[in-house]
Write a new protein. Structure first.
Length: 136
């Protein structure tokens, strides 16, 4: 049976400040400065898991076919390890602001990384994040 935590619902616009009711379970950082999106990255404290939506991607080989496979490869979406897609890299208009947000993410003791578009990283999460964001 899963314990329900009604105080962990999302019923507000998230800013960059911690949500007091979530503090013991979740942290989050907004990564601004991108013309495509402002991603909110979460950190689940108990499991040591960083949670990404689109900013990190890693589709397995064969996921895309034909011209889509070529586009995915060129965009760094179909790689052996998670990467920030090229379209997002090029869309950062303020890399200094993005660097500051990513520095906060890299401070988390991430053991695991999950993303909406990719295979979960089950160990050495912090090292994998450092590698994926080294370009920034």
């Amino acid at each position: 049976m899963v314990a329900r935590r009604p105080d962990l619902r999302i019923d507000r616009d998230l800013g960059d400040a911690p949500v007091p009711e979530w503090r013991r379970d979740l942290d989050h950082v907004q990564v601004p400065g991108n013309r495509i999106t402002t991603e909110t990255v979460f950190f689940h404290r108990n499991s040591g898991t960083a949670i990404f939506a689109d900013l990190l991607q890693q589709f397995p080989a064969g996921w895309f076919r034909g011209w889509r496979a070529v586009v995915a490869r060129l965009d760094l979406m179909a790689t052996p390890r998670p990467e920030v897609p090229r379209k997002f890299r090029l869309a950062f208009r303020d890399q200094g602001v993005a660097r500051a947000a990513v520095a906060r993410i890299l401070d988390w003791p991430s053991q695991r990384v999950v993303m909406a578009h990719g295979t979960p990283v089950l160990c050495e999460g912090q090292a994998e994040l450092r590698r994926a964001f080294a370009w920034l």
